[in-house]
Ligand binder design. Structure first.
Ligand SMILES: NC(=O)C1=CN([C@@H]2O[C@H](COP(=O)(O)OP(=O)(O)OC[C@H]3O[C@@H](n4cnc5c(N)ncnc54)[C@H](OP(=O)(O)O)[C@@H]3O)[C@@H](O)[C@H]2O)C=CC1
Ligand SMILES: O=C1O[C@H](COP(=O)(O)O)[C@@H](O)[C@H](O)[C@H]1O
Length: 506
């Protein structure tokens, strides 16, 4: 069997315990995603225990759930929201207080019986990362993981700050959960078009044959944001774009683009191919970081008709901060398929547009009969639109209409949302659903996390040793510093302008 097999039965019965249930992530993403699953009948028998520090009555908590879903999903068909919220209960609990886990266990055991949940438990850690290890240890020590059904841990990013801290965290969670019970969230892996990378590659003869260094000249992965750091200055100061976006989302997309076809579409086989890509990434040594990576920090500027302050003026940010809000890099994968093909990555805050796109640039054909002295033929491009629009565009050349022998660029477009007129599920909805099915394909395995940290650690070490002297070096509302363009110009390439690539919606 070449497709992945999921155990449908496991979806229906589970107690979901959310640590951080009064926080932003739970309210903006988790409750609405659970509601969508509930609406689709994917949560038959379930109960949710929300854990937070503040004191709330059961009614107040249920009302929070109702409010957060109503805010996220405006629909007149939400008349079952009160019933949905009745499956939720709240427990005020300081996770650093060892004595209160016993009470949490009693609540979980009672709900298990009340809703016939067969002892299946999913623990979702939607809290600051310093609590991840201690919570996992307590869940084990205080018997919450001592269940007759399955137990799973969903853990948010960041998974550590560097390789060493990630190892320490991993050891702590492994005291309570085995690797196959740990679901490390990378929400990009839940995005429909990120999941589509494998389908586009492995189900189309026209692409798979060309997917190598003989036909591809370079691949560009851009994830640009318009938003600044918002209220997350405290976290972001210790993270920066390298740890916040590159170590996880950007390198994961590179791994999916570069991996060999797995022998089956199972989590183990896919992961094993991704791991090989991470192992083949050419390490960037501390003294050569400038050759491969560029960092930037936004200054003030003009974004979407508004004047916005510089990063250094944001709340909870050091006025002399050396933290990067932009990274561009050239990732080389030293293996047979990719030798010599640069994978350029670029991500940043306060850029010109919100856009995540992958541009695969094919090599020019050896002698193009349609090249003219005044105009060269544009290369073939495959653009994968991840967000905000979802789709694929293939840029080709065809004969210009009329009496001539000239070629003109044309494009073939497919829009994911334009076809059925429906929006694809939000990433968190799909990932929660997968974790309830026991499908770890779109979660990151420890080996991938460890290898991506070791790749990124050298870059952050180099940047810590040599603070940036030119920060801020790009104005808000632009596409980052000039050096990011130079990184490609040195190789004879340029960034394809992602904000101009639109997918035509029919
Ligand atoms: N928000 C987002 O969009 C994203 C968040 N993440 C990650 O998700 C995690 C949560 O983020 P977010 O929701 O934004 O954080 P918030 O600061 O909004 O929420 C933190 C939550 O943790 C609870 N909490 C804090 N300390 C304790 C404690 N000692 N005992 C019990 N509960 C405690 C808070 O409860 P109370 O307020 O009642 O004290 C609150 O429910 C982080 O790891 C973050 O990196 C990842 C991607 C996106
Ligand atoms: O993980 C993160 O991702 C968001 C960007 O996610 P997207 O789905 O909106 O592209 C980023 O803003 C945030 O800083 C980071 O922690």
């Amino acid at each position: 069997m070449r497709y992945k097999k999921v155990n449908e039965k496991q979806t229906s019965n589970a107690l979901i315990m959310i640590f951080g249930a009064t926080g932003d992530l739970a309210n903006r993403k988790l409750f609405p995603s659970l509601y969508r699953l509930y609406k689709k009948g994917k949560l038959a028998n379930f109960a949710v225990v929300g854990v937070g520090r503040r004191t709330l009555t059961q009614e107040q908590f249920k009302q929070n759930v109702v409010n957060s879903v109503s805010e996220a999903i405006a629909s007149s068909k939400n008349d079952d929201l009160e019933t949905f919220a009745s499956y939720f209960c709240y427990h005020s609990h300081d996770v650093t207080d060892s004595s209160s886990y016993a009470e949490l266990k009693n609540i979980a055991d009672d709900l298990d019986v009340k809703y016939s949940l067969n002892g299946n438990r999913v623990f979702y850690l939607a809290m600051a990362p310093e609590f991840f290890g201690p919570i996992a240890i307590h869940l084990n020590q205080d018997g919450l993981t001592d269940v007759k059904g399955y137990k799973r841990l969903i853990i948010e990013k960041p998974f550590g700050h560097d390789l060493e801290s990630a190892k320490e965290l991993n050891e702590q969670i492994r005291t309570a959960f085995s690797e196959d019970e740990v679901y490390r969230i990378d929400h990009y892996l839940g995005k429909a078009m990120v999941q589509n990378i494998e389908t586009i590659r492995f189900s189309n003869a026209i692409f798979e044959n060309l997917w190598n260094n003989r036909y591809i000249s370079n691949i560009q992965v851009t994830s640009s944001e318009v938003l600044g750091v918002e209220e997350r200055g405290r976290y972001y100061e210790t993270s920066g774009a390298l740890r916040d976006m590159v170590q996880n989302h950007m390198l994961q997309m590179v791994a999916l683009l570069a991996m060999e076809p797995p022998i089956k579409l199972t989590p183990d086989e896919i992961r094993s191919e991704k791991v090989k890509v991470f192992r083949a990434m050419r390490p960037v040594e501390v003294d050569e970081v400038d050759k491969y990576f560029v960092r930037g920090q936004y200054g003030k500027g003009f974004v979407e008709d508004l004047d916005v302050p510089s990063y250094r003026e944001e709340q909870m940010v050091n006025p002399n901060s050396n933290t990067e809000t932009f990274v561009a890099g050239k990732v080389m994968i030293d293996n047979f398929r990719w030798a010599g093909v640069p994978f350029y990555i670029r991500t940043g805050k306060r850029l010109e547009s919100k856009s995540t796109k992958i541009v695969v640039q094919f090599k020019d054909i050896p002698m193009n009969l349609y090249n003219r002295p005044d105009q060269e033929i544009t290369p073939n491009l495959l653009v994968i639109h991840i967000q905000p629009e979802e789709g694929i565009t293939l840029h080709l050349n065809a004969k210009k209409a009329g009496q001539n022998m000239e070629a003109t660029p044309i494009k073939l477009s497919y829009a994911n949302t334009g076809i059925a007129g429906i929006n694809t599920p939000e990433a968190y909805e799909k990932l929660i659903d997968d974790s309830l099915h026991g499908d770890a394909t779109n979660f990151t395995h420890w080996d991938e996390v460890a290898l991506s940290w070791s790749y990124v650690d050298k870059i952050s070490q180099a940047w810590e040793q040599n603070p940036a002297t030119q920060f801020p070096n790009y104005a808000s509302g632009t596409m980052g510093p000039q050096e990011a363009d130079e990184l490609l110009e040195k190789d004879g390439f340029f960034w394809w302008p992602v904000n101009q690539f639109e997918v035509d919606v029919c």
